[in-house]
Design a protein around this ligand. Structure first.
Ligand code: GZL
Length: 306
């Protein structure tokens, strides 16, 4: 007789320590490095064995990295899917191998994999809300006609898709805000600088820059200054992540508004796995609260920015 496969997720027995995998997307910016540090430090504190991989910016390699963790028979896998569609395959492979997956920071395409059947839960920020908060701030703080250049995060990643959606939904009803151009800067500082330099030539009248992360905002600031513009003054600059460098730039008046996206996942990630192993009901999404920083709050915010 065919034994029906339990529709639920793979069970995980309660143990003193676990051997877990963490498949990271890349290490090309401070946010990524802070996330990895948090996962490594917390595993060490708990005495868990951590199998860590870095996909170097390749979704295909990240899938291979997850497959190698499956082969090593880890107890569970923590995955920050670089892009929403390709990494759904990795989630399905782990599910088929009976290894529970917890998604951190980024999500997979919900038509391809679902919480509760393919993976345990998504822990991270609400990226749509982050984009909406930037749009809402701009509506309340720009003077005259706002002419916006939007620097997009990694193509196909959930933060890039949702930070764009949240921002554009928030500003679409305001006829005094016009998006001149939106282009991919891959969440990277120098790519952000190059894209900003190019778009500045096409749109010298830009007076607002919305970067999907601090790194691209910092790159854009370099391009603006090279063109003789004053970031934060004649061109408003807004970003997301809230790393120390960006919060310092808010205090210095070169960035006007930053929404935090906290990278310190370790404690919540492992606590969630322990709850799951103990048979507790885990919600499909566990949303991290995000602070924000402007000229009034940046100085004090520096004390706890990552
Ligand atoms: C957001 C995270 C993004 C950061 C970028 O949770 O996926 O990736 O905002 C990072 O800085 O590259």
């Amino acid at each position: 007789t065919v034994v029906a496969v339990a529709q639920g997720l793979p069970k995980l027995g309660v143990k003193k320590t676990y051997k877990v995998g963490f498949a990271q997307t890349e290490s090309n910016n401070p946010w990524r490095i802070a996330q990895t540090k948090s996962m490594q430090e917390e595993a060490k504190r708990l005495g868990w064995q951590l199998v860590y991989t870095d996909a170097g910016g390749s979704a295909a390699k990240q899938v291979a990295d997850v497959n190698s963790m499956i082969a090593q028979k880890v107890d569970a896998i923590f995955l920050a899917p670089r892009e929403e569609k390709p990494l759904a395959a990795a989630v399905k492979n782990a599910r088929a191998a009976g290894i529970p997956v917890i998604l951190l920071d980024r999500n997979v395409d919900q038509s391809l994999a679902k919480a509760g059947t393919d993976y345990v839960t998504f822990i991270g920020s609400d990226f749509i809300q982050e984009g909406q908060r930037v749009g809402t701030w701009l509506k309340a703080n720009h003077k005259g006609q706002a002419r916006v250049i939007q620097l997009l995060g990694t193509t196909g990643s959930s933060p890039a898709n949702d930070r764009r959606k949240g921002f554009e939904d928030a500003v679409k009803s305001d006829t005094s805000i016009k998006i001149l151009a939106s282009q991919d800067g891959d969440f990277a500082r120098d790519k952000g600088r190059q894209v900003m330099q190019t778009l500045l030539q096409a749109h010298p009248d830009v007076n607002v820059v919305y970067a999907h992360n601090d790194e691209m905002a910092i790159g854009a600031i370099a391009a603006l200054e090279a063109a003789g513009k004053k970031p934060g003054k004649d061109v408003l600059v807004m970003s997301i992540d809230g790393g120390k460098e960006a919060v310092q730039l808010v205090a210095n008046g070169k960035i006007n508004y930053v929404v935090e996206c906290n990278p310190r996942f370790g404690p919540k990630a492992y606590a969630t796995l322990k709850d799951y192993a103990a048979g507790k009901k885990i919600p499909a999404k566990i949303i991290n609260p995000d602070r924000d920083y402007d000229a009034k709050t940046a100085k004090a915010g520096l004390a706890t920015a990552y």
